[in-house]
Design a protein. Structure first.
Lengths: 207, 207
């Protein structure tokens, strides 16, 4: 059965990428998991590269690749220190990943993604927002950064307010070309509803 | 070349539909246009039916169907008076369509969509929201309803505030199971940025 991608926002990103008129090669930072979004780019003619820091996530992605007979080129790596040369990719993204870090590490990772991107290249990143109902629960480590329990483990989450990303990209010299602020209200495991907040960005590395 | 669907939210809807365990048949109200979203459902094994009030939109959809050698079963029709029996479809949706009507007609259309849906069936609908920058421009006909110029024609738009849809569905006896409030900031034709606001709903007709 054909998989249904849950990472909707990456379709929007692909439309912007296709519009840049550059060769189709793309890097995913946080590329692992059971439904690796790189498969979507592969299906649309992209040469794909991915890294993930989690062995488990890479295993899941390997299983997907063998089940669907595709090669996505996903290896172990840390997005805070990418092992690629400057200007290696025309496009890169990090989906539902970067908010599992401190804000300092978020900035470091975005600097790395910028470094490996060609001038004129595009980047997609999404943040969890302060309008997410999980924001403020748990132990506050630094402003907007909380330790929360997830599957019995203590996990760090960084929440961004509606304009914090804009300021961050301005500091990094990346030009914002698209932004979506989203609030999702959906069923919660075990009953009731949960409100999740996200902010998606597409930014360009200037020529 | 494989088309890229722009109607991201319908992937989310499809995930919910697949989870209902019902036979895959679906109705699109406002099904025409250059990239008919029914093609996406067809690709995932759905039996498709669509109606559109615009001859031009149906022509575009016909062109797409012959170019991609698929049959989506789209005919001319008015969503305020659907020509289908009660309980005809397990799923139905109307994407980027319903806000081109008065609020009274929106309600009438939703009643019709509910009528043709089976108990236990799901419906997706999206509204433009009052946080859209176009809201309030143009001649106000009734509260939240404005005439705006679009391609040289006077067009009606109905804007919904964040909770207006919830109240409407409550009145119609449809159970909300998912909602996304979105604000998109993207490039504007001719330069600068435009802010668009949407509210997406997935609701269920009770058993």
């Amino acid at each position: 059965m054909k998989p249904i991608f849950r990472q909707n926002q990456l379709f929007t990103f692909m439309l912007y990428c296709n519009g840049q008129g550059l060769e189709k090669n793309i890097l995913d930072c946080g590329a692992g998991g059971m439904l690796p979004p790189l498969a979507l780019f592969k299906e649309h003619g992209y040469e794909t590269t991915g890294i993930d820091i989690s062995d488990k996530a890479i295993e899941h992605a390997n299983k997907f690749q063998s089940e669907h007979s595709i090669k996505l080129n996903i290896t172990k790596g840390d997005m805070k220190e990418l092992s690629f040369e400057d200007n290696s990719f025309n496009f890169c993204y990090s989906y539902n990943t970067i908010f599992h870090m401190s804000k300092e590490d978020v900035k470091k990772s975005l600097e790395e993604m910028k470094r490996v991107l060609v001038p004129g290249g595009l980047m997609f990143v999404n943040f969890v927002s302060t309008s997410d109902e999980r924001c403020g629960i748990g132990e506050e480590v630094r402003p907007g950064e909380y330790y929360e329990m997830e599957h019995g483990e203590k996990v760090l989450h960084s929440y961004f307010d509606e304009n914090e990303g804009d300021e961050l990209f301005r500091q990094l010299g990346l030009k914002r070309i698209y932004k979506e602020v989203r609030k999702r209200i959906g069923p919660k495991l075990g009953g009731g509803f949960v409100t999740l907040g996200y902010i998606d960005y597409i930014v360009e590395k200037s020529l």
